[in-house]
Design a protein around this ligand. Structure first.
Ligand SMILES: Nc1ncnc2c1ncn2[C@@H]1O[C@H](COP(=O)(O)OP(=O)(O)OP(=O)(O)O)[C@@H](O)[C@H]1O
Ligand SMILES: [Mg+2]
Length: 425
């Protein structure tokens, strides 16, 4: 072995220790003392040679002889401290100087410097080296853990980024899908006011025809008749514009609802709103099927008072429920003979801080397989063009989703259906 040669040691990645001494026999002694350590030993015969080594590769520890010609151990250490790469390599000074002089070397990182005194005590040497090697290993472990953490962090950040991108895509897709539902929903909801508009427009058309006939006649009461028909026409035009406005309100409220803002809330007297909704639904039903009629029984609890709500939305709920009820009554009447008397029963009930509205019909009732999907959008048993299957899903969304209320179903096939809506006041 010569100064500067590397002793053969196994295991790549095992720590390397630099032994620095100008005396060959001292290096040999150190080597043999550390022979069985799990580390690689590199020898240097001078301070300059030691510096060359530490610049080129990493060391876990330097055992540095203090008394050397040309550049002594302290000078060598001083130069190591000046370099970024070598600044933190722990050093054990090997010296024949008295223990009192060991303070000569200062300013090195605390804990990274130790002293061995000649003559060397093999046990002390070995235990100090062991401590530094262990320290080195722990540092290496920490570093690799930190690197691993950093890698994982990076992976997580990438995953998060991907997730966010996917989420964005999903939101867009969801928006498109709900736009389809929204369009269908609006179509469904404005059908009722639109029925009124077309029917009243037809009546108005008839009246205009009548006016023409009156104008062509020469009866004495001509002027009075014209005035009477004009009065009726005026009434119709007002209704047409009122229902047109209702259609437009519905579109606005549905768009607001889709945007999450919901319709304007205010305290509204519940009983009149229910009565008005029955009226709307009844006339829509009569317009669809002039030959059908049903008994309408109402029971209003006067104590109900006002409920905070978006009235256009809640009114649509009742119209939907009553519309379904009329349809069930019509269906049952078609399948039964003479004795059947279709009845729609609507009642309100004061529950203190809540109010309940029940819509009950003695129609077909709802079979369990239909009841299971009752509130799913587009789930309908009605022929295409008659039902979209949106009525109840929209209604539930309004009551439960935007008004924190409840919708409950009670039904018996061939006997009755009752849907009750409970709203917090
Ligand atoms: N009162 C009822 N009696 C019997 N069946 C009902 C009643 N209400 C709802 N249903 C059943 O629930 C289904 C879904 O009702 P929903 O109001 O959601 O849609 P729809 O009435 O079919 O269609 P649309 O509301 O567009 O007219 C109906 O097709 C019907 O089978
Ligand atoms: Mg319906």
């Amino acid at each position: 072995m010569s100064a500067g040669s590397e002793v053969e040691r196994p295991s790549l990645g095992s720590p390397t220790v630099l032994l620095v001494d100008d005396r060959q026999e001292n290096l040999l002694a150190l080597e043999s003392l550390l022979e069985d350590f799990e580390c690689e030993l590199v020898c240097a015969g001078s301070g300059q040679e030691a510096l060359r080594h530490v610049r080129r590769r990493d060391f876990a520890l330097v055992l540095l002889d203090v008394q050397m010609p040309e550049m002594d151990g302290f000078e060598t250490a001083e130069l190591m401290r000046g370099l970024e790469r070598t600044r933190n390599i722990p050093i054990i000074f090997v010296t024949a100087l008295s223990k009192e002089k060991k303070h000569i070397f200062r300013g090195y990182e605390a804990g990274a410097v130790d002293y061995l005194f000649k003559p060397l005590d093999p046990d002390v040497l070995r235990s100090k080296v062991r401590v530094f090697l262990e320290l080195h290993q722990q540092k290496a472990l920490l570093r690799s853990q930190a690197e691993q953490l950093e890698r994982q962090n990076k992976e997580l950040a990438e995953a998060l980024h991907k997730l966010q991108a996917t989420q964005q895509q999903l939101i867009v897709r969801e928006k498109l899908a709900s736009l389809g539902q929204l369009t269908a929903g609006i179509a469904h909801e404005i059908r009722n006011p639109l029925n009124f508009v077309t029917n009243f427009a037809r009546f108005a058309d008839d009246l205009i025809g009548e006016l023409g006939e009156i104008a062509a006649s020469d009866g004495a009461a001509r002027t009075a008749e014209v005035l009477k028909v004009l009065g009726e026409l005026g009434g119709l035009v007002k209704k047409i514009s009122a229902h047109g406005r209702r259609a437009s309100d519905i579109v606005t409220s549905m768009l607001e609802h889709a945007r999450g803002s919901g319709g304007q809330r205010r305290a509204v007297a519940l009983n009149p709103l229910v009565a008005e909704s029955i009226n709307f639904a009844y006339h829509a039903m009569r317009a669809r099927d002039p030959g059908f009629d049903a008994a309408i029984e109402t029971a209003y609890d006067e104590a109900v008072g006002e409920v905070r709500m978006a009235p256009t939305e809640i009114s649509r709920v009742f119209i939907n429920l009553i519309d379904n009820a009329f349809y069930a009554l019509m269906e049952r009447r078609e399948s039964e003979d003479g004795g059947y008397r279709p009845v729609l029963r609507v009642s309100t009930e004061n529950l203190g801080d809540r109010a309940r509205v029940r819509v009950r019909d003695n129609g077909t009732g709802i079979p369990p397989e239909v009841a299971a999907n009752l509130f799913s959008p587009f789930h309908t048993t009605k022929p295409a063009g008659v039902g979209t299957g949106l009525g109840l899903s929209i209604s539930r969304e309004i009551v439960v989703g935007s008004h924190q209320g409840e919708v409950e179903l009670a039904t018996e096939i061939g006997s009755f259906t009752e849907i009750s809506v409970t709203l917090p006041k």
